[in-house]
Design a protein around this ligand. Structure first.
Ligand code: F6R
Length: 628
């Protein structure tokens, strides 16, 4: 952990950066435990403000551990949750009341009467008094000692969307489009996400004596930087933390990646100029100066605060050529290596040819989103490509898909010459329709329904693979148990999952592996899958194939790589981009980030063009994954 809140940085609020969310969660949980004990020893209740969502999950797990293993009691703790979806009853599986029970309250000794969560079902004419009472209740117990917060991509804390004033109090609000998109997978589609919520206001939150905001993963990096370094503004409600005397950000390296001291460290202090950092500085400068790398001058280096780099590695002319060549050498239309070509400066080795390329997709759409064009090239260039979806993705599939299948089956049966021969199929279809009816729109899917939904996605993946020339027998769905037994944000991986991946690696013995999830929110499916691949590779350490295997990282729905991070840039022609879009169109349910994959690829190409490289239609980018 590093604490860089000291003067000389751009941070306007104390910020603790940790190497993992687990480490951050333990530090914060230990503080909370100390707070509870101190208050209780003084004969008082501890009053905690709590948040929901992915971010606090590791923190709640640690609190539960402290309760179970170290006797931390919550008997004298009073809690107030930040918010609740308006319209959802407290037994709805996606309500925050339900989330809190599952994630924390059912596992600790807190009395039910000490728990406070805004009601999602209070009638419209009662909303105002309900919110006023919530405020009064907070005051009546002496105010909140410590408020836990997450941050949305709109910069919201609680559900205080852009425009919320500094003095706002508990109230009903309309959720921002981005917030609803982010919740879409929980509700199987954006259209099902509630439009309103009841939330504590910014003013309510700022009244708490201490604030601790947690954020993980690169997708939060931009908004985290705005909240910590930007102006205090209603456009980013988390920026109001700057005005609270005792607020801190607990973030991981991914979420910290847009902070000036990480992104542009030369503006903050002395830098050790590693090759990657040098490339980052030159690329940044080229964008800033709006001139290609080869046209940067000594004066530019001085003007952009890079005189230190210039004196160490200049003059500009030589440094420019070096970086230009490095960037140039990342470009390769031969992701599997070009057979019989000199590979000294190519990202991937020429031999062996053809290669066995193992492409891991956490959910069935991820690899197509992140590297559909590269898959197409690998196949075209004669490599043996195995496309492996680590999970079935069944949780993404809408009920309407299962309904469609069951209804078609019933229709086929009723039109058959001998309907009795279809008896079992008819029973199955009726069972599916009965389950759909019984569980309601957002109820838990029983195994039979999840299985059917998994099959729907299996079909979509096979179709997408087919569009890219991958034969059906090379498309594998691992159906890892952690996914089949869990729900979004609530997954727990076990050894069984690692074994499944290890077995696959040993059977295929790949020369190349493509994976994603290194930059994702740690509780997301892609981050969990990434960790499983790491664990499986560790289990295979020392095996011949494993030592010779190259590992490439791509980005699925996460923030795209920046040019200095790219070790292999695979250009795509307009035709290839079109083929990738066609493959993506096979999926019924794509998030907005996923369906804008082609735009991200075009953006990569524009970046390379601006740096002075050849101008391509689009580029898919990869980072070399160096094993620890
Ligand atoms: C939840 C809440 C929200 C979330 C934020 C981040 O009670 O108030 O502000 O903290 O939307 O959500 P995650 O952690 O899921 O990224």
């Amino acid at each position: 952990m590093s604490n860089h809140s000291a003067a000389g940085t751009f941070e306007k609020v104390p910020t603790l950066i940790f190497s993992s969310s687990g480490e951050a969660a333990s530090v914060l949980a230990a503080e909370v435990a100390a707070l509870i004990r101190t208050k209780n020893e003084a004969g008082k209740n501890a009053v905690l403000g709590l948040a929901t969502g992915s971010s606090p999950v590791p923190f709640y797990r640690e609190l539960i551990r402290l309760h179970r293993e170290e006797g931390l009691s919550f008997a004298k703790v009073i809690t107030f949750n930040l918010d609740e979806y308006y319209g959802l009853p407290s037994d709805h599986p996606e309500s925050y009341a339900c989330f809190m029970r599952e994630q924390l309250f059912d596992h600790i000794d807190i009395p039910a009467s000490n728990i406070n969560i805004p009601s999602g079902t209070v009638s419209s004419d009662q909303v105002f008094s309900h919110c006023r009472d919530y405020e009064s209740k907070i005051d009546s117990v002496g105010g909140i000692d410590l408020q836990i917060l997450g941050i949305g991509r709109t910069g919201h804390i609680g559900f205080n969307e852009p425009g919320s004033s500094r003095d706002s109090l508990t109230r009903r609000i309309t959720l921002d489009r981005v917030t609803r998109q982010d919740a879409a997978s929980d509700f199987r589609g954006e259209e099902n996400v509630p439009r309103f919520a009841i939330t504590m206001g910014v003013g309510t939150i700022l009244r708490a004596r201490k604030l601790a905001l947690m954020a993980w993963g690169e997708n939060k990096a931009e908004v985290v930087a705005r909240a910590i370094e930007g102006a205090v503004t209603e456009a980013v409600s988390a920026s109001f933390l700057q005005e609270h005397g005792d607020a801190r950000f607990f973030i991981d390296e991914g979420a910290a990646s847009e902070l000036t001291k990480i992104k542009l460290p030369w503006l903050v202090g002395p830098v050790s100029w590693t090759p990657r950092e040098t490339r980052r500085a030159v690329v940044w400068q080229s964008f800033k100066a709006k001139r290609p790398v080869l046209k940067l001058t000594d004066e530019d280096y001085n003007e952009f605060g890079l005189s230190d780099l210039l004196s160490e590695q200049g003059p500009a002319y030589q440094l420019n050529i070096r970086i230009f060549n490095q960037l140039q050498h990342t470009i390769s239309g031969w992701p599997g290596g070009k057979p019989d070509a000199d590979d000294t400066y190519r990202p991937e080795r020429a031999r062996p040819y053809p290669k066995r390329a193992l492409v891991f997709s956490p959910e069935p759409q991820d690899a197509i989103v992140g590297m559909g064009g590269t898959l197409d090239r690998l196949v075209e260039q004669g490599h043996e490509v195995r496309l492996v979806s680590m999970t079935s993705g069944s949780l993404r599939v809408a009920d309407s898909e299962a309904d469609k299948f069951a209804s078609t089956l019933l229709e086929l049966a009723s039109n058959a010459d001998d309907p009795s021969a279809w008896r079992r199929q008819t029973e199955y279809a009726r069972e599916v329709l009965r389950i759909l009816e019984e569980k309601g729109e957002f109820g838990e899917d029983p195994a039979l329904l999840r299985h059917l939904k998994g099959l729907v996605l299996r079909g979509e993946l096979r179709d997408a693979g087919h569009a890219l020339g991958i034969p059906a027998e090379q498309v594998v769905i691992l159906d890892l148990p952690f996914y089949e037994k869990g729900r979004y944000r609530r997954f727990q991986v076990t050894d069984e999952d690692v074994k499944g991946v290890t077995q696959l690696l040993r059977d295929f013995k790949p020369h190349q592996i493509y994976a994603t999830g290194d930059a994702a929110d740690p509780s997301s499916v892609s981050a969990l899958c990434f960790r499983l691949i790491g664990a499986a590779l560790k289990a295979c350490e020392g095996e011949d194939w494993a030592s010779a295997c190259n590992l490439w990282l791509y980005r699925g729905k996460e923030k795209p790589m920046e040019p200095h991070e790219i070790d292999m840039a695979v250009p795509m022609s307009p035709v290839q981009l079109e083929r990738k879009s066609r493959a993506l169109s096979r999926y019924a349910a794509l998030s907005s980030l996923e369906s804008s994959a082609s735009e991200a690829n075009r953006q990569n190409a524009r970046h390379y063009d601006a740096l002075g490289m050849a101008e391509y239609e689009a580029i898919e980018s990869f980072h070399r994954w160096k094993r620890a």
